[in-house]
Ligand binder design. Structure first.
Ligand code: GLU
Length: 486
């Protein structure tokens, strides 16, 4: 690309960082890095009623956690700031004045009630509702009269009729609209620019070369093109990213609770950011090969909008689960242990001020179950049997009733009582001894021990589990089962 690439992610701070928003940010970031360009982050907070306090900070934290870093933004600075719309009001003001002075836009004094009545009449007559242009040709006197009345006003852009507004979308190919003469609002009655106006002024002044955003903004593009034209500015390139769908193939709704949709939820549950990043990269983009595991650097090297997918992408939870497990297995044990620790503390399994022995226990537990985790928080479920043996189900109870079981358990109890060492290797030796003494081996030996100690038929490595349980609990549980069998 000959021109310097400058791209932006421009979220409205209306809530949590959503997977769709994070995906847009990621694709924009990858595109910037792929082309040695600049990625900036701008907070589009022109819709005052919808702004949520702290939302911008949550975006920053969530994106940084994912590893999506920006080069310009309100918290890192940059030559084209401020990077928050409500701090750019003076800039908009100058541009709005210019549009008014050149008669490319005009004040509209219609009240909500008048506009509603107009719309209803159009619909009743079977027409498409659009602004009639009532204030299009007001004389200076008429305007003054409305001003004197103290009427609130909006500002509308003069729109053309029947003009083809075409652009070559980098994802979707050629798209064109016909202008319908609907003079749309560019400044709201509270004086704030609409999104369409602010985005054009900001993208132009911030020298944005490629606008990457969700498909839901395609219909805004012709309006924005008209604003570019009114200013006589060059239109950037557009790339509209596909929709994210649920399993039923419907657009993912923020209310759909069957899927975790916010980045903070994943972080709080102890997911690994590189797994989420990898997953999001494949949600609407394909490398063109079967490869599914990508590091961020690999993605940067490969990413191209040509391979962005047009049709919707289904949020595939099975893939997400698989991918998270893949990264969990690959992660350093100490990293997983550090992520797991607060979860274990919250569950009450590890004290708030853990001593070296407690930390060692966590480390060993992580070693035992890490390969089965998708998120570090799942460690709590794996820790539970060490504190409370599960209630054996029918199958497990039947197993404990087998005739040979008391012999095995009593044999093992004797070993534990005499044990000096309780490391996994020592447990292995003890079980071998029980085998020798009782003649039972394999499943007949291991299953009763496992069920008696954990209440479960299956679980992680037995010797390590027993070692982790510690001699006191092992004795207790063996006594418990043996005495209940008498
Ligand atoms: N503020 C818009 C949003 O959050 C972004 C629009 C754009 O990228 O042009 O959807």
């Amino acid at each position: 690309m000959s021109q310097e690439v400058r791209v932006r992610y421009a979220p409205s701070p209306t809530g949590h960082l959503h997977i769709g928003g994070a995906r847009t940010a990621l694709f924009t970031y990858l595109f910037a890095r792929r082309h040695g360009g600049t990625f900036l982050l701008r907070i589009e907070d022109t819709d005052l009623e919808r702004n949520v306090g702290g939302a911008a900070e949550e975006f920053y934290n969530g994106l940084r956690w994912l590893g999506v870093e920006w080069d310009e933004g309100e918290d890192v600075g940059g030559p084209y700031g401020p990077y928050r719309c409500t701090e750019r009001l003076d800039i908009y003001r100058g541009h709005i004045d210019q549009l008014l002075a050149e008669d490319k836009a005009y004040p509209c004094y219609c009240t909500e009630a008048e506009l509603d009545a107009e719309r209803e009449a159009q619909i009743a007559a079977g027409a498409t509702a659009k602004y009639s242009g009532r204030c299009r040709h007001l004389t200076a006197e008429q305007r003054e009269a409305f001003e004197r009345e103290g009427r609130a006003k909006t500002i509308r852009l003069r729109s053309s009729i029947g003009e083809t507004l075409a652009f070559d979308d980098l994802v979707r190919g050629p798209i064109s609209f016909e202008s319908d003469g609907n003079d749309f609002v560019v400044v709201k009655s509270n004086g704030m620019p609409t999104y369409n106006l602010a985005v054009v002024i900001d993208d132009h002044l911030m020298r944005i070369t490629h606008v990457t955003r969700g498909e839901e903004h395609i219909s805004n593009t012709p309006r924005q093109m008209q604003i570019y034209r009114a200013f006589g500015w060059e239109v950037p390139k557009f790339a509209h990213l596909n929709l994210i769908l649920n399993k039923e193939g419907k657009k993912l709704s923020k209310r759909d609770e069957s899927i975790l949709q916010f980045i903070s939820q994943y972080r709080d549950l102890g997911y690994l950011p590189e797994a989420i990043l990898n997953f999001l990269a494949l949600l609407g983009w394909s490398p063109g090969t079967e490869q599914e595991i990508f590091s961020k650097d690999e993605l940067i090297a490969l990413f191209s909008l040509d391979r962005a997918i047009k049709s919707g992408s289904v949020f595939d939870e099975d893939k997400l689960t698989w991918m998270n497990n893949h990264y969990m297995k690959a992660a350093d044990r100490s990293r997983v242990a550090a992520l797991a620790l607060p979860h274990l503390q919250r569950a009450g399994y590890v004290p708030a001020q853990p001593d070296a022995a407690a930390l060692d226990w966590v480390d060993r537990l992580v070693a035992l179950v890490k390969d089965q985790l998708h998120a570090a928080g799942e460690i709590v479920g794996f820790a539970e049997p060490f504190f409370r043996a599960a209630e054996p189900d029918e199958e497990a109870q039947a197993l404990l009733r087998e005739e040979h079981v008391p012999k095995v358990l009593a044999g093992f109890l004797a070993q534990v009582e005499a044990a000096e060492d309780f490391v996994p290797e020592a447990i292995g030796v003890m079980l071998k001894q029980v085998q020798k003494e009782t003649g039972f081996k394999g499943k007949q030996l291991f299953m009763p021990v496992r069920v008696a100690l954990t209440g479960q038929m299956h679980g992680p490595d037995l010797n390590q589990s027993i070692s982790l349980l510690g001699p006191a609990k092992v004795k207790d549980r063996l006594y418990g089962v043996l005495s209940s069998q008498k």
